[in-house]
Design a protein around this ligand. Structure first.
Ligand code: APR
Length: 311
């Protein structure tokens, strides 16, 4: 069976880590695409990682390119093209620049990769994935946004740090848009099957929720020159893997909703099943009145940014 082809659109910090993780998981051959000004970066990262693989004993072909002809026919496209945040910026501040970039990317991928499973990572995420779907006209199963896996991983990491337990035993998920008003569902967080509310006092849980919401900004302030890339790359690769290996994992992702959770025509972070059919199902959980109010607030932000794309 031929190897799968994974196209990474954007060979920056995220692109490089995506290439490394995808190659080390042997998900397929990896093509790093970037604009001509970053050609050396795309080609250099491909070559560097190709030289790492003999050390670790994994097989994948890697290449760097500035031509969409080289990404043609990809099975999976992960889109990180765009500028990242700098200190003091919100994700929404990126919209003007990144909507132009996503327009160019969508136009080219529609032509060259019409059947690829597309994972959008560029920020502001909910608006970028909305724009990408509108511009390509791809079916909703084929276009998904990466946010919830990352936000949930952050929540899980903070709970594990607080309790000094393995991250493996912490389950959690975050609903809503990828902004500061995302909705970490504490009710659904458990540690080894025990509700977190039985293990931590309310004020500690509230502090973890707040840190999760601002976790992206915490990293922007530390890095100063850009935003997070290790954890976001791992999150996107877990989604690609679930698709390519038909794992049917339940992952919180930005999915296009047509009535689920009472939301119509927007991308919003919800638990979905990802398998060979792409976004195969949206799982609906019952929300408390308090959760619903937070979801509605997050939805307002998502709608506002989507409207700003003017698509
Ligand atoms: N087509 C392809 N790539 C592009 C384009 C374009 N039109 N315009 C810019 N790029 C490339 C840049 O050249 C750069 O190499 O996108 C890459 C972005 O990389 P970084 O600046 O290192 O940013 P990164 O940390 O990878 O984040 C990328 O993902 O999480 C989001 O907020 C983040 O929007 C940002 C994106």
């Amino acid at each position: 069976m031929a190897r799968k082809k994974i196209a990474l659109i954007g060979a920056g910090q995220l692109g490089g880590n995506l290439a490394l993780l995808a190659a080390e998981k042997e998900l397929g051959d990896v093509v790093l695409f970037d604009i001509p000004a970053a050609e050396g970066m795309a080609k250099g990262k491909a070559l560097d990682i190709a030289q790492l693989l003999p050390v670790d004993g994994f097989d994948a072909r890697l290449s760097g390119t500035t031509s969409y002809d080289d990404v043609a026919g990809a099975d999976v496209c992960i889109i990180t093209a765009g500028i990242p945040r700098k200190p003091g910026m919100s994700r929404e501040d990126l919209l003007g620049t990144n909507v132009k970039i996503i327009t160019e990317v969508a136009t080219n991928l529609k032509r060259t990769c019409p059947t690829a499973f597309c994972i959008v990572v560029s920020n502001p995420l909910d608006a970028m994935v909305y724009a990408f779907k509108k511009l390509t006209g791809f079916p909703k199963q084929q276009v998904v946004g990466m946010a919830g896996v990352l936000d949930s991983a952050r929540f899980r990491a903070f709970v594990a740090m607080e309790l000094h337990v393995s991250v493996e035993d912490v389950q959690a998920f975050v609903l809503g848009g990828h902004g500061d008003d995302m909705v970490p569902l504490t009710r659904c967080c458990s540690v080894g099957g025990i509700p977190v509310t039985e293990l931590l006092p309310k004020d500690r849980i509230d502090a973890i929720v707040e840190r999760t919401r601002k976790a992206g900004g915490e990293l922007v302030a530390l890095y100063k020159t850009g935003s997070a890339y290790y954890a976001p790359a791992a999150a996107a690769v877990s989604m690609a893997e679930s698709y390519l290996r038909d794992k049917k994992r339940v992952l919180p992702c930005a999915a296009y909703l047509e009535g689920e959770y009472g939301i119509h025509g927007y991308y919003f972070g919800v638990p979905v099943v990802i398998g060979a059919g792409g976004v195969e199902r949206v799982l609906e959980v019952k929300l408390s009145d308090e959760d619903r109010a937070l979801v509605l607030k997050s939805l307002e932000s998502v709608k506002k940014t989507a409207a700003e794309t003017k698509l």
